[in-house]
Design a protein around this ligand. Structure first.
Ligand SMILES: C[S@@+](CC[C@H](N)C(=O)[O-])C[C@H]1O[C@@H](n2cnc3c(N)ncnc32)[C@H](O)[C@@H]1O
Length: 257
């Protein structure tokens, strides 16, 4: 079997990175859910559950899951909110296909639609969802501002934009332990289970190179989101970020407020 190697995240240009991300997810699709559960000790399930718990539907009763992968967050949302219609988009068709199978198994075809779509060019009208989220996807997108701006565009005023992402704990014991797990243990574990263990070296690299919590909150504010907050989960190895779309300036008596 030919082994794959990827350059370090810092050495890739944006197009290379997008190509590598597509290659990785197309090659790990079959084992993706299984590896998520094993390598995170099922924490990924709890982190998505927390994300769904924080959602607030109040106008359109629609949720858009960006970079939906095999649809786990989309399905969790649909199972928790029986009145909500869910759409999930991802730019790797193999992942979407797997997700569509899962939607069918759970008999949710009437409320959950998964399809091909790019986070940096979302094919929906402005103000059409109450909530949008991206789980473990933003790390893989070089132009994060573009993706966040698109996500903000499609939610209603006061709608929520959520980002769930793997992060690094504050410097100290947990950070050192986590770094050892990511760089030493995880790629070896992945070798037993996947045809593409380099995907898990990329995973470690991309997590270590992700912006700090403070930097990411500033990025969210820079696209015009308000009330931005971060919720560290499991010693900070994952973080849930939540921001709201600013209410549009209203014209009162012909004057701008
Ligand atoms: C780690 S998986 C996360 C999948 C899923 N959200 C979950 O919770 O398991 C990352 C996903 O992001 C997708 N992705 C990365 N960049 C994307 C983009 N620009 N547009 C759409 N999907 C993207 C990949 O194809 C992959 O399925």
């Amino acid at each position: 079997m030919k082994s794959v190697e990827y350059p370090s995240v810092r050495e890739m240009n944006d197009d290379q990175r997008i190509g590598i991300v597509k290659d990785i997810f197309a090659s790990v699709t079959d084992k993706y859910d299984f590896l998520n559960r094993v390598l995170s000790g099922r924490r990924d399930v709890a982190w998505r559950k927390r994300t769904v718990f924080e959602m607030n539907f109040f106008k359109t009763n629609r949720f858009l899951d960006v970079a939906t992968g095999t649809g786990d967050l989309a399905l969790d949302c649909a199972n928790n909110y029986p009145n909500v219609n869910v759409t999930g988009v991802d730019f790797v068709q193999e992942m979407v296909n797997k997700g569509i199978e899962k939607v069918g198994f759970q008999n949710l075809n009437d409320r959950v639609e998964l399809k091909w779509g790019d986070a940096t060019q979302i094919d929906f009208d402005d103000n059409s969802f109450d909530v949008t989220a991206i789980a473990f996807g933003i790390r893989n997108i070089p132009d994060k501002v573009k993706a966040l701006t698109e996500m903000k565009r499609i939610i209603v005023d006061n709608g929520q934009l959520m980002v769930l992402e793997l992060t690094t704990p504050e410097p100290g014991f947990w950070r050192n332990t986590y770094s050892f797990y990511l760089n030493g243990v995880l790629p070896k574990l992945a070798k037993w289970f996947t045809k593409n263990p380099a995907a898990y070296e990329y995973l470690a690299d991309s997590i270590m190179n992700f912006p700090t919590r403070k930097e990411f909150l500033s990025l969210m504010e820079s696209v015009g989101l308000k009330n931005c907050k971060s919720i560290p989960l499991t010693f900070g190895i994952c973080t849930l970020y939540i921001g709201k779309k600013r209410i549009r300036d209203k014209k009162l008596n012909g004057e701008r407020k």
